[in-house]
Design a protein. Sequence first.
Length: 699
Amino acid sequence: MFKKPVILLITLLSLFSTVFSAQAQLLDPVKWSFSAKKTGDQSAELVLSATIEKKWHLYSQFLPEGGPIPTSFKFDKAPFYSLKGNVEEKSKPEEAFDKNFDMTLKYFENKAVFVQKIEVKSDGVVKGMLEFMVCDDKQCLPPTEVPFEFKLSGFGAPAENSPSTSSPTSSVSDTASSVVQVATSNDSSTSSTVDKPTTATPEAPAVAASDKANSAEEKGMLGFLLTAFLYGLAAVMTPCVFPMLPMTVTFFIKQSGSKAQAMKKALCFGASIIGIYALIGLIFGLLALGADFGNWLSTHWIPNVLFFLIFIVFGASFLGMFEITLPHKFVNSVDQKSDMKSLAGIFFMAFTLVLVSFSCTGPVVGTLLIQAVGGEMLKPMLGLSAFGLGLAGPFMLFAAFPGWLTNLPKSGGWLNSVKVVLGFLEIAFAFKFLSTADQVYHWGILDREVYLAIWIVSFSLMGLYLLGKLKFSHDSDLPYLSVPRLGLAMVAFTFVVYLIPGLFGAPLKALSGYLPPQSTLDFDLTKGIGTTTAPSSDLEGQKVKFADLLPPFPHQLKGFYDYKEALAHSKKTGKPIFIDFTGHGCVNCREMEANVWSDPEVLKRLQNDFILLAQYVDDKTELPESEWYTSKFDGQVKKTIGKQNADFQITRFNANAQPYYVIMDGNGNQIGPSHAYDKNVASFIQFLDQGKARFQSAK
């Protein structure tokens, strides 16, 4: 009887640990390619082609003043060639009103081709730089510079003072990605000027890193959809849904003239459930568009405290304190429209199921919507569609094979046990929301030991309940303890035993992304134990800005929180800067610190070879008015530490999610490609070693 619900319960318990994961998003909507075509004995055409992602548009060279940055090209002067006229636009631009700039502009979609004609005296390499700007319907990316070069041959021996064609250059047929980092930035200073540090030419590793990020993003979406689907399957085993499964399928069969008709109606019923949840996701996606909304929802105290209270209320309801239902009048009015004689009736029957099951599915649906936040319109819709498929799948499957109904466990007390276990989980995970707000606003309510104590008590009570030592008002008598129930109790108590050492400093790596930082622990017996080398002494005795406000670096590392201080210290010590874009509520950041930074080889490099700079993008501490500035990216005044750090990351590196790692020199120049969330230690070591090698080579 208990086998199937027990398996699904274990699945649901493991799935809860995936909440709030986020991955870096690299905005790179334009790819450039370059080729040269010989048109005569002493003439050639240089072709610069842009492939533009859907929904984005690249601006023309010819724009009115006061608008966006036009596409422009600058060719380095050399004696072996000369330009013939200006760059021509071979692709015909669109001309339309642009609401981003409130004016009529020319732009390209999908593809743009530019041609520069030249006269050539001898072989050589033509080099230069192009600058462009792209927008979609909702946002614009900062102007981006891309270096280019064309190797010309077949025009005679190179002049003595012309660039050597034997120098290491890339072929003109190679594609150069526009992942080159943006050079416009306000570096959290009061000045309104924009620094434009030079940027290294994108090399093969940079393109590989971009491809890897895109691949990780695709895998992340597939994982999210699979999680949503499994949530839907698990929701079937709740007391709000499970009793309706045999009743609804039997109703299909009795009200239909044949098995084929019953199957057809079941498919319409399932499609209606999926459509209803997809519509909910679409509405949420339309309301939640924009990375700013996602950041606000995941870090601001208002939504986090609200989510905390909602989860607590649902948890109390699951434990039997009260029943959460939608207004009976509304549910009854929908139910009266449901019948099996029309497609509309089947739809309202599905709608009734969605409404009646709200008290059990509400927290799960809310969790999926929160996971989907990030400025994407389709992700909430796809996530809830997958959830609806998981929920509706069993109804359609049992309609196709009604004989399977005899193998289903009978409804009974075990369903209430499922609900109570979900209640304990709801209460435990509710404190994740409160912890996020506590860290971002420095309330000091939920230090690590308090948070762990709450979880230890919650899961201990769950274990006692499963053993029959606790009983709630809606529970049936438990004459004996089944083996599956005993197994779940063992899982709960094993988890408690795992948590207890965390009270005294154990890192608890498996939960690193979901617990408050280790630095908030008042009684840590592990300090100084397990470090491969003594903490860096470069900063001993030096006062570090924001050190008394922001969390200490993990693993006793020392570093800065202010960009200018890090630049000055880099020049003083001759070391490169390791920038860590992170956040108080960033789950993946904590996982990287616990599982990658803790590796002895990684830790040794971070301690000895780099100046560490932590940039918390979600900190709400307001700076003095003298340090405010207006962003050149979105035109908004940046008043807090988090807003300024987030603006620095977006405008400088075209990235808006964490963790995100960059290596720089003391002049603010990026060294090599960036690095995002990846728990492969070898890959992270390679990133650090390449950055250090390039820094030393540049020196």
